[in-house]
Design a protein. Sequence first.
Length: 177
Amino acid sequence: MKHKPLALNRGFSLIELLIVIAIILIIAAIAIPNMLRTKLSANEAAAVSNMRSITTAEATYSASFGTSVGYAPTLASLGPGATCDPAHACIIDNVLGCATEPCFKDGFDFFMTSNSAAMPYLDFAVTSTPRQWGGSGQKNFCAIEDGVLRYEPNAAASKGAAVPHDTCASFAQYTAI
């Protein structure tokens, strides 16, 4: 007697497909929170880098325009313009040196303030705060003319404006990075 070859079943059963989908969902459930934490960390690292750029730009601005002008009172003063002068020093890009604050970059809003009401501006305080708390970051940062970057250790929400100079300088409220 001749044997007939058995017909091979070439598809997947419903159970096998459900097992594969379950494995994919488990991997996604593990990977997505890690990806979100990584994105928060990347945004915060970019904010720190941008803050360093701004404080360096302030030192350059002060050295370039002298004691009669002092520090830049706004981010627009550090940004580009038709001519490079104390109103638009052309030291930082148009994203951080935007015309109207807050300037938004990498998930953070940036603000600048000074205690001085007019030239010479003897101090400055720059603030970066997440645009969406918990979504783009979980730390508020500030820096003053000493160049030390600080973060708010007990922060629970984004800031809506620049942190005052004396608040940023207070180690009781802000911790050096």
